[in-house]
Design a protein around this ligand. Structure first.
Ligand SMILES: NC(=O)c1ccc[n+]([C@@H]2O[C@H](COP(=O)([O-])OP(=O)(O)OC[C@H]3O[C@@H](n4cnc5c(N)ncnc54)[C@H](OP(=O)(O)O)[C@@H]3O)[C@@H](O)[C@H]2O)c1
Length: 255
């Protein structure tokens, strides 16, 4: 099913974590909507394959090798996007790390720090440099990828859950700070989505499917089912929406 808002064409969007899963699906959808897309992730080869696909379909893509846990690389990725396309209209801050799933007292401090560095500092640095670029050209729009665990908790995921609660906190605070300056900032809060991260987290695709049988949807989400709401939030159709965490969970949290 295609969903392409018609006001994204010709605009420029940065997607972090574009080399796989939800980020790749969103970058692909942005390309189909006629947008210029900067694909930022550590794995250049995977991003380059996707860039080729976007360009073959008539879109424009830039590949940026970037570790979102290194501030200078995030700053350079935003600068490279502006240098290539002239401005930054929007961003999907999606790069994330699940970390080791275990009880809180067994989490190594280094593992806890790694999750917070990628998921919290990474989103902070992304927004810091994106917002500066957007303020210079009169505004923009940001969507952060939080998670269902920004709103509820799952045992064994302390670091990840804490980090995604923080993403929602950053989203809400920044939304208040920048609405009057023309920047809307929202988050999406997906439940389990069939990506390499979730398959790894649940141990196998079969386990992921079994775990979601009890969801009203009875199945995991697909990356495109997150990409479409992200495009909606990036579009002018969402012009009065800011500071929200949009739950996309196959009905799980209303049970
Ligand atoms: N799948 C789910 O069930 C689910 C549910 C809720 C929220 N989410 C969130 O969705 C986002 C995307 O995850 P996914 O499920 O699509 O998993 P995925 O397919 O494993 O993709 C993860 C992406 O994040 C990038 N990434 C990880 N660490 C990075 C770093 N330090 N610097 C730059 N990029 C980095 C990876 O790129 P490289 O490895 O190339 O750097 C990859 O593109 C994450 O924030 C995740 O927390 C996922």
């Amino acid at each position: 099913m295609a969903y392409f808002p018609d006001d994204l064409a010709g605009r420029t969007y940065l997607v972090t974590g574009a080399s796989s899963g939800i980020g790749a699906a969103t970058a692909r959808a942005l390309g189909r909507a006629g947008a210029n897309v900067a694909l930022a992730a550590r794995r250049r080869a995977a991003s380059a394959t996707l860039a080729g696909e976007i360009e073959a379909a008539g879109g424009k893509a830039l590949v940026v090798a970037m570790d979102v846990g290194i501030e200078s690389e995030v700053q350079a990725a935003v600068a490279a996007t502006v240098a290539c396309f002239g401005r930054l209209d929007g961003a999907f801050n999606n790069a994330g790390l699940l970390g080791v799933a275990t009880s809180l007292h067994e989490i190594e401090t280094a593992d806890f720090d790694a999750v917070l560095r990628t998921n919290v500092s990474g989103v902070f640095w992304s927004m810091k440099y994106e917002i500066a670029a957007m303020l210079a050209t009169g505004g923009g729009v940001i969507v952060n990828n939080a998670s269902l665990v920004a709103q509820v908790a799952f045992p064994g995921l302390s670091a990840y859950t804490a980090s995604k609660h923080a993403v929602l906190g950053l989203t809400r605070t920044a939304a208040l700070e920048y609405f009057k300056q023309g920047i809307r900032i929202n988050a999406v809060c997906p439940g389990p989505v069939e990506t390499p991260m979730a398959v790894q987290g649940f141990g196998s695709l079969e386990n992921l499917q079994a775990a979601t049988l009890a969801f009203p949807a009875g199945r995991p989400g697909q990356p495109e089912e997150i990409a479409r709401p992200v495009l909606f939030l990036l579009s002018e159709a969402a012009s009065y929406i800011s500071g929200q965490g949009l739950t996309i969970d196959g009905g799980y949290t209303v049970q």
